[in-house]
Design a protein around this ligand. Structure first.
Ligand SMILES: NC(=O)c1ccc[n+]([C@@H]2O[C@H](COP(=O)([O-])OP(=O)(O)OC[C@H]3O[C@@H](n4cnc5c(N)ncnc54)[C@H](O)[C@@H]3O)[C@@H](O)[C@H]2O)c1
Length: 366
């Protein structure tokens, strides 16, 4: 789809829960910027629909997602409903010939995630996945350091990725599908740390072998702890520790990357300007340097052509990126090929944790 300059893209939002409301906040800003029209939004829950309307006044609300997908006033569809619903919603959107954005993870099972990726790829439609860390200034800075080899080649990494247990029993008022394997497919690793699977695949290339162990300490039928050893085709090796913990409100990613001539310790949260954020660079015979994150953030958003600074979530630059790609008829990144690489890493970890030792990401993952 190539829209004439100045022609705003009409968006249909499908799923008005927690992340749908966050996207709605970004969509309101994009509407103010003249990039989109907030055409329609759908959710079976009236309460969720009302919450989304408070963040972004959509022209029309519906309790039926397929009604919004089929709506001729909707140019492109943003899918922010629970993971298990994605496959039917993506298929309906592709059948309608509309570009789409889909939240991660794509599906509870690897087979369905792969089917979604195959269908999206063969449609040729512009499509983006909700790996919002791709728009984080700290992760981008790290990626450029890896690419430029300014500290030499990357050797290994350790990544600890934790979040409070996002389920109603632990956080009153929260939805509870995440603690149900049938609906979520997996716990801390699939639901949360697939972001990290994407980050390490983006920085170091595809994973080729994974060894993993997992536990369910809270007693749900999905894991809340998993430890992975990952080998990349590039030769880089690393470890990922993912945890859904009992510290309500806590979510932090700590990434240490070792290069031939340096090391970086980076900590991120998921909101712009979080207290936890830090970036420390260590090089031989030089005092360690802690970079100024306000400057890093400002340079990052300026480089993306973003003039606003009044957004709290990385969904705003992510959504803007998708909207612009759709309007210009270009490929959106991160796309479904990126999602497939991340899903492969996660699937290899689950197969390994099921007792199969180290698992090679081979032909049966294609
Ligand atoms: N990228 C990120 O950082 C990020 C963050 C949070 C959630 N997510 C993902 O987004 C998705 C939604 O998560 P959430 O936290 O908003 O969940 P949620 O439970 O808070 O909200 C889901 C909403 O979808 C509605 N819904 C259920 N079935 C639907 C259907 N068929 N069509 C439309 N709406 C439907 C529910 O009524 C609910 O309001 C999940 O796949 C999740 O993994 C991604």
């Amino acid at each position: 789809m190539v829209k004439a300059a100045g022609d705003a893209l009409s968006i249909g939002l499908v799923g008005c829960g927690m992340i749908g409301q966050v996207h709605a906040d970004g969509l309101r800003k994009l509407a103010e910027d003249g990039e989109i029209v907030a055409a329609a939004a759908a959710d079976p829950s009236a309460e969720a629909r009302e919450a989304v309307q408070r963040n972004c006044p959509f022209d029309r609300m519906s309790d039926d997602p397929f009604d919004v997908i089929a709506d001729s006033a909707v140019d492109a569809v943003m899918i922010t409903a629970p993971t298990a619903t994605h496959i039917d919603l993506v298929r309906a959107t592709l059948d309608a010939g509309k570009p789409l954005f889909c939240e991660k993870p794509l599906a509870p099972t690897f087979g369905d995630a792969k089917a979604i990726c195959d269908a999206v790829t063969s449609s040729g439609l512009t499509a983006q996945v909700g790996f919002h860390a791709r728009f984080h200034p700290i992760i981008n800075r790290l990626q450029r350091t890896v690419q430029s080899e300014e500290l030499g080649r990357p050797m290994g990494y350790t990544l600890r990725d934790d979040q409070y247990w996002p389920t109603g029993d632990v956080v009153p008022g929260h939805s509870s599908w995440r603690s149900d394997r049938r609906q979520a497919g997996g716990g801390a690793l699939l639901e949360h740390s697939i972001h990290s699977a994407d980050i390490v695949s983006w920085l170091f290339g595809p994973a080729v072998r994974v060894y993993a162990r997992s536990r369910s300490v809270f007693g749900y039928d999905v894991e809340d702890v998993a430890a992975l050893t990952v080998e990349h085709a590039s030769g880089v090796v690393g470890t990922i520790l993912t945890i859904f913990n009992g510290v309500r409100g806590r979510e932090e990613r700590r990434f240490e990357v070792f290069f031939e001539r340096g090391a970086i310790e980076a900590t991120t949260d998921f909101i712009v300007g979080a207290e936890e954020d830090s970036y420390l660079v260590q090089q031989p015979d030089t005092p360690a340097r802690r970079l100024d994150l306000a400057v890093m953030r400002d340079e990052h958003f300026t480089a993306l052509g973003i003039n606003r600074r009044d957004f709290v979530f990385y969904t705003y630059p992510a959504d803007r990126n998708w909207v612009r790609a759709v309007r210009q008829g270009e490929t959106a990144v991160p796309g479904f090929d990126d999602a497939l690489r991340a899903h492969r890493l996660v699937e290899a970890a689950y197969r390994s944790a099921a007792g199969n030792g180290a698992v090679d990401i081979g032909d049966d993952f294609r």
